[in-house]
Design a protein around this ligand. Structure first.
Ligand code: THU
Length: 138
């Protein structure tokens, strides 16, 4: 999908806005995600930590849940924003969660921080040779 400068700016603004909703009393590391669905709509999510540390979850599943609850079927872009300065990349588990609702060669993943967009990949680049829903059509 063609991501215009205007659309990228909107995704960045929404992803950074999502960071404000992060619940991060333990790490202090705010993550926001803005997902673009196949209908061109944007859904946001943030990480939610927990006093029982392993029960916390990342920003990506928050955003995927928002997308699904709004009727979105497929993510075509995911803009993930962290605090910087090191470029954020989705953790391994989140790459697999994104895989469930994406075409790996189609989904564009953008990494950002409050200073702007830093890097861009496809999901296929971040999660090569992935295991996906089609494997279960045996
Ligand atoms: N985190 C995310 O939300 N997404 C990622 O892809 C990487 C890590 C969160 C989890 C935890 O709340 C914090 O960042 C520090 O690991």
């Amino acid at each position: 999908m063609e991501l215009s400068q205007d659309l990228l700016a909107r995704l960045l603004a929404e992803s950074l806005r999502a960071r404000d909703f992060a619940h991060v009393p333990y790490s202090g590391y705010r993550v926001g995600v803005a997902l673009l669905d196949e209908q061109g709509r944007i859904h946001i999510g943030a990480n939610m930590e927990n006093a029982s540390y392993p029960q916390g979850w990342c920003a990506e599943p928050s955003a995927l849940t928002a997308m699904r609850m709004a009727g979105g079927q497929r993510a075509v872009a995911a803009l993930v924003s962290g605090p910087g300065p090191e470029i954020i990349t989705p953790c391994g588990g989140c790459r697999q969660k994104l895989r469930e609702f994406a075409v790996p060669e189609e989904l564009v993943i953008l990494a950002a921080d409050p200073g702007g967009i830093r890097q861009r990949w496809t999901l296929a680049e971040l999660l090569p040779h992935s295991f996906g829903p089609s494997h279960l059509n045996f």
